[in-house]
Design a protein around this ligand. Structure first.
Ligand SMILES: [Zn+2]
Length: 396
């Protein structure tokens, strides 16, 4: 089976290369994914996925197999912007190949990973999916801005809850088992406006928020530690205020606080640690996690809270063990287990819904969001092998 998978994957090298290049050639900045989703849908049809559907949010889901155990392999199709096009050595939207590496926006983050997942389906249609397994390949949208919102929608609205999930974000063919979380916290003070010539008659909201800013800076060095991720971080990222004119004292002031989370931190704990600051109490400041309304081009309106939890998987967990076994079987060496530095859809799949989740993807994440965005063709082939061998093992 190892060699059969290797041979088929090898024979698909040109297909996956061209498919990845085509996906790169269709720009899909967050919020503009419909065209690339349509292209992937066509490829799934060609490969003969079943029940291919695009949900109202715009996520594409294709099925192979019809067993009780559901595995989803997920890749987001949206990318960040390209910045100044002149900074790119190659056109970011042609999928230039040089020395066996494909270059372009989204190459490693993460059209390459998604292409590998789609083509793992091709291998599985040839070698057969175990009877007890359903494989869902999911091309998800909106990840770069609201990671995990897509999966909140898939789980709650599409009513699909897999037993396990593999994320195809770039991991340099290592096994990712978690990452830190993050939360956006808003602190708001109110004051009473008075004429700038008589500030003593008012209450300046900026003077109320200033000590809070300084206290938050001090908090950074005393946040809770955990053995996996170390200490969290906290920093003020934005400050704004209102007043009737620049000749009047401020009647409100607001800061945004970016708090990076470790395993010890929860939504509740991060709010209460800020609320317990003396400067907060003195200013009677309001502290909360903002809730937005997400609106898609297709007309879907969906609530989103700016809270993306930390997640991590124990090495002893059966899913991680299965990934290790798959890696050893297929590549005949020990895998590297590690934590991603960035946040992914795992914030929802494992962080919120507690679905066992791991990451494995082609490309080195150091090129993600950069003008050197790239993925080696060799990695695409190996990722295809890994995903299909994983499905085989999971069905044993
Ligand atoms: Zn990504």
């Amino acid at each position: 089976m190892i060699n059969t998978i290797k041979n088929i994957a090898g024979s698909l090298k040109n297909n996956i290369t061209e498919f990845t290049r085509e996906l790169i050639a269709i720009p899909s900045i967050t919020g503009n994914e419909a065209q690339v989703i349509e292209r992937i849908r066509k490829e799934m049809e060609k490969i003969r996925y079943n029940d291919i559907k695009i949900d109202e949010m715009g996520n594409l889901i294709g099925r192979i197999g019809n067993g009780d155990k559901i595995l989803a392999i997920d890749g987001h199709v949206d990318t960040v912007e390209i910045g100044n096009p002149q900074n790119w050595k190659y056109d970011p939207f042609i999928g230039k190949i040089e020395n066996g590496v494909i270059y372009g926006r989204g190459a490693c983050d993460q059209k390459g990973g998604l292409a590998s997942a789609v083509y793992a389906g091709k291998i599985l249609t040839e070698i057969g999916v175990p009877e007890n397994i359903t494989l869902l390949v999911v091309a998800s949208v909106q990840e770069e801005i609201y990671e995990g919102l897509n999966w909140q929608y898939i789980i709650k609205e599409d009513e699909i809850k897999p037993d396990a999930i593999i994320l195809t974000e770039p991991s340099n063919l290592n096994i990712a088992i978690g990452h830190r979380g993050r939360v956006d916290i808003v602190v708001h003070t109110t004051g009473i406006s008075s004429h700038g010539a008589a500030p003593e008659l008012g209450e300046n909201a900026i003077y109320k928020i200033a000590p809070i800013v300084l206290d938050i800076e001090k908090m950074n060095s005393v946040l809770p530690l955990d053995p996996t991720f170390g200490r969290g971080n906290i920093t003020v990222t934005k400050i704004s205020s209102t007043s009737p004119s620049i000749n009047a004292t401020a009647d409100s002031a607001t800061i945004h606080v970016d708090r990076r989370l470790n395993l010890e931190d929860s939504e509740k704990s991060v709010i209460s640690e800020i609320r317990s600051l003396n400067s907060i109490k003195k200013a009677k400041a309001k502290v909360n996690i903002p809730e937005h309304e997400y609106r898609s081009k297709s007309g879907v309106i969906y609530p989103i809270k700016a809270y993306y939890p930390t997640w991590s998987m124990e090495e002893s967990h059966p899913l991680v063990q299965m990934a290790i076994k798959t890696y050893k079987t297929q590549f005949n060496k020990e895998p590297v287990l590690y934590y991603w530095r960035f946040s992914t859809n795992g914030a929802a799949t494992k962080g919120i819904f507690d679905i066992p989740t791991i990451g494995f993807g082609p490309g080195d994440d150091k090129f993600a969001h950069t003008i050197e965005d790239q993925v080696p063709i060799e990695h695409l082939v190996k990722a295809m092998e890994f995903y299909s061998q994983f499905v085989k093992h999971w069905g044993e």
